[in-house]
Write a protein that binds this ligand. Sequence first.
Ligand code: HEC
Length: 185
Amino acid sequence: MTLGAAAILLCGLAAGQKEQKPAELQLTNDGKMLRPANYREWVWLSSGIGMSYQPGASASEHPVFDNVFASPSAYRVFAATGKWPSGTVLVLEIRASQSNASINKSGHFQGDLEGIEVHVKDDRIPGGWGFYGFGKDKSSATLIPKTASCYSCHEQHGAVDTTFVQFYPTLLEVARAKNVLRANY
Ligand code: HEC
């Protein structure tokens, strides 16, 4: 191999390595989080439709969809251990539902993006976990204050470490096998 070819190969390797280390979680020095750009390429955990948490809430004509995605490196750790590592990013994407378009006559399909909310585990966040709301197109967000209902509902009802694994079927199997489900979720 010529020196030139070796240099090209090395450059290729270096670039490849850089790509393999995805910047899933980007926190800035002033405490903001940057919108996770490629979350649609992450691991899909589940979708909910018209989920409501109030007793007696009536079903909507246009129930919103939510899609939940996990950052790939965190997903792999959870699948192996039943625990979320520092650096975990979980995205809740909310989409409008539509019906009666094209050949669709009943049921609902997913429409426009309404917003994304993010749940992050990181040692730099007081208490370990933080929530961020990015709406439809905000490129950065500040930490949602710890007094918000996000924290209390997730702490009280999330089956594993403040996350709603009870609604993510493949992770629920992992959590059962690793015996990490909390009681009374
Ligand atoms: C009354 C309970 C409740 C409150 C309040 C709540 N959530 Fe959640 N959250 C849920 C449930 C249930 C799910 C599971 C959704 C599913 O199965 O599709 C969830 C899932 C999520 C997820 C996906 C990752 C995870 O932790 O399981 C994110 C991100 C999230 N919520 C963000 C927020 C934010 C931000 C707020 C506050 C603005 C909030 N939530 C308030 C009940 C709640």
